[in-house]
Ligand binder design. Structure first.
Ligand code: A2P
Length: 337
């Protein structure tokens, strides 16, 4: 069997990698539709060696499309996901638009693949936030074996998570500094080059940002631990690709660093890189372009007898977005379509 697949947001940072990953993993595509706004309609993009024309999503007829991979922002998903779903396509939505709706499955294939079965209610499956996905790959085996009492996480997030204009802004500001030409912030609220910005997405009433609350809401939903205590600080850093996270977890039963290492050795999607010597740990640059989620700096927390610290890194555009979506699509066609 082969499937008609549409990518909404095909010209964007995630859409581009969705196209690459479909080809790389030989996803059985009978026809690929590339959709964007009228701004890029008419452009051509490569798919598996063939030129494919970009179409305007506003005038696209969804009839006959089997799978829609959406990454054009929450506002576009709001308009097009119900349209595509009503026409019979299963939408895998990479935006935050449907993640928190009770009857929409929110899926990380290594963590809760069984939830994909719930797609039929709305014909929409939500892909979680990039920071949540990589953290849960490491937390799931711990949650299952010894239970989680509390999680505290700080993120160091790449600009690509904010889209292709954000990638350009970091590039132009960096060059501008060397040329002594100021490039004013447009995508980010302050200069991102040579800086760290402790705000991702908008502020909430409780003083957290929405990105921070996404990590709480989504972890609870995916792990099915509705009262999980979790506190996040999300920071944008001048890195192009790859999110890094420093995670502190207090477990219900004691887990030693050695035991955590053994657990994660068998965790799907996780690679341990933890040598306890200079340079023996993963970085964002190491993760860029790779599928794995890398875990390093595993150590027992010297301030709590059931605490553990670790560092987790993944390519936010791949595992954090495009790859996770395509993995969901692979399970969907294998088990359900
Ligand atoms: P376009 O190229 O027409 O602007 P990024 O996340 O890198 O900023 O990319 C966003 C993607 O979403 C682009 O492909 C962009 O297309 C697409 N997009 C944004 N808004 C809409 C919309 N209202 N309808 C369709 N596609 C959209």
């Amino acid at each position: 069997n082969a499937y008609k697949v549409a990518i909404l947001g095909a010209t964007g940072a995630v859409g581009e990698v969705m196209r690459e990953i479909l080809a790389e993993r030989n996803f059985p595509v009978s026809e690929l539709f590339l959709l964007a706004s009228e701004r890029s309609a008419g452009d051509t993009l490569d798919f598996a060696g063939k030129a494919v024309r970009v179409r305007d999503a506003a005038t696209f007829d969804w009839t006959g499309v089997d799978i829609g991979l959406f990454s054009a922002g929450a506002a576009a998903s709001e308009i097009y996901a119900p349209k595509a779903a009503a026409a019979g396509a299963v939408v895998i939505d990479n935006t935050s638009r449907y993640r928190y709706e009770e009857d929409i499955p929110l899926v990380v294939p290594e963590v809760n693949p069984q939830r994909i079965a719930d797609y039929q209610t709305r014909n929409i499956i939500a892909n979680p936030n990039c920071s949540t996905i990589q953290m849960l790959l490491a937390l799931k085996p711990i949650a299952d074996s010894v239970g989680l009492e509390r999680v505290v996480v700080s993120t160091y997030q790449a600009v690509s998570g904010a889209g292709s204009r954000a990638i350009q802004e970091l590039g132009r500001q960096t060059l501008g500094i060397f040329k002594q030409e100021e490039v004013a912030p447009a995508v980010f609220p302050k200069q991102i080059a040579f800086n760290c910005l402790p705000q991702i997405d908008v502020f909430q009433d409780n003083g957290y940002t929405k990105e921070e609350m996404k990590m709480l809401w989504e972890s609870r939903k995916i792990l099915e631990i509705p009262d999980l205590p979790l506190s996040a600080t999300c920071v944008r850093v001048p890195v192009f690709y790859g999110h890094s996270e420093a995670v502190n977890v207090v477990t219900r039963k004691k887990l030693s660093a050695e035991e955590m290492r053994a657990l994660l050795c068998n965790a799907p999607g996780v690679q341990i890189w933890d040598e306890r010597e200079t340079g023996g740990w993963p970085t964002a640059l190491d993760s860029a372009g790779k599928d794995a989620t890398w875990v390093g700096r595993i150590r027992e927390d010297c301030s709590h007898e059931r605490g553990l610290n670790f560092w987790v890194v993944a390519d936010n555009i791949r595992k954090g977005a495009a790859l996770n979506s395509v993995q969901i699509a692979e399970i969907l066609i294998r088990d359900y379509l």
